[in-house]
Design a protein around this ligand. Sequence first.
Ligand code: BYC
Length: 337
Amino acid sequence: MYTQSFNVPDDAVLKQVKPVASTEPPELMARFDARIDADGRIEPQDWMPEAYRKTLVRQISQHAHSEIVGMLPEGNWISRAPSLKRKAILIAKVQDEGGHGLYLYSAAETLGVARGDLLDALHSGKAKYSSIFNYPTLNWADVGVIGWLVDGAAIMNQIPLCRCSYGPYARAMVRVCKEESFHQRQGYEALLVMMKGNQAQKDMVQDAVNRYWWKCLAMFGPPDADSPNSVQGMRWGIKRISNDDLRQKFIDATVPQAKVLGITLPDPDLKWNEARQHYDYGQIDWTEFWNTVNGNGPCNKERLATRVKAHNDGAWVRDAALAHARKQQQRNMKEAA
Ligand code: BYC
């Protein structure tokens, strides 16, 4: 449904935005801008402006946090999956999300930050993570809907990131997108099976879609006009497609899938606009979005508390791994001597 060959008109976008005035050394800055203009990659050993580095640390670490907090709403259902097959698929998916977090923390570390500091910022509530994971998973259909819609929205946002100007982030995204594609398909398939079941099962799917649809549209971030980071992110080739354009692509791709599934998307204003060649859609509740982003959604406190407990409970594993690495290093040094 979503492929690596997703077409991104990035050249046009990069050329629209002029280089931003900066206090960095002009020669280095000119070389950096020229590399960005030529759609080249910036690697960890390359010089980069401090603002570019900071923006990447912000975005990549928020992305990493979203992956590991994103394990929680679905993780809640591993012990309650309706069959062995569904349980095995769900365990694999949740483990994949943990793996995505690890690639992303590693990519952030190439920018000179320490993983422990990034995790401290998450655990103290200072760092953001995706709004979508602050909503509860009330029934089994929620797990399918998260795969179909949440992972579907994530892929739509992440495929352009495979061509992000920062090499380690772009390369991490290629593998992440392949795995997200499996996540999206398993969710859609689980829902297709439920929609062939009894009325109670169909009602569960519709109820889950009703609760998640608008929250998924908000995942793409605020409207372009209210997105303070977009212009600079696009100039730097970090962001390739705007929040609103990605949202529109997601809606256009999802409406036909909803028809095949046999559910109704909960938006009376959703209709095809022949002139625009896109679906029109209703108003997203941005007050609710910001309330959730700012820590006051239905599950923010629970998610953070679970995350902090998992981190503390895992301290012995980290200590043991470090002790083992130290021992191995000592053994290698002895052998080499
Ligand atoms: N939730 O100027 P804007 C997954 C913040 S995980 C919370 O447009 P930008 C999965 C934004 O950070 C998917 N906050 O920002 C895992 C900014 O605040 P700061 C996660 C949001 O960066 C497990 C402010 O609003 N994906 O797939 O240009 C299971 C203004 O926004 C949100 C990524 O992280 C939000 N939804 O664009 C299943 C992708 N939206 O930082 C699935 C990488 C916006 O200035 N990130 N904010 O304090 C991006 O592509 C971009 O950072 C965003 C925002 C499009 C999200």
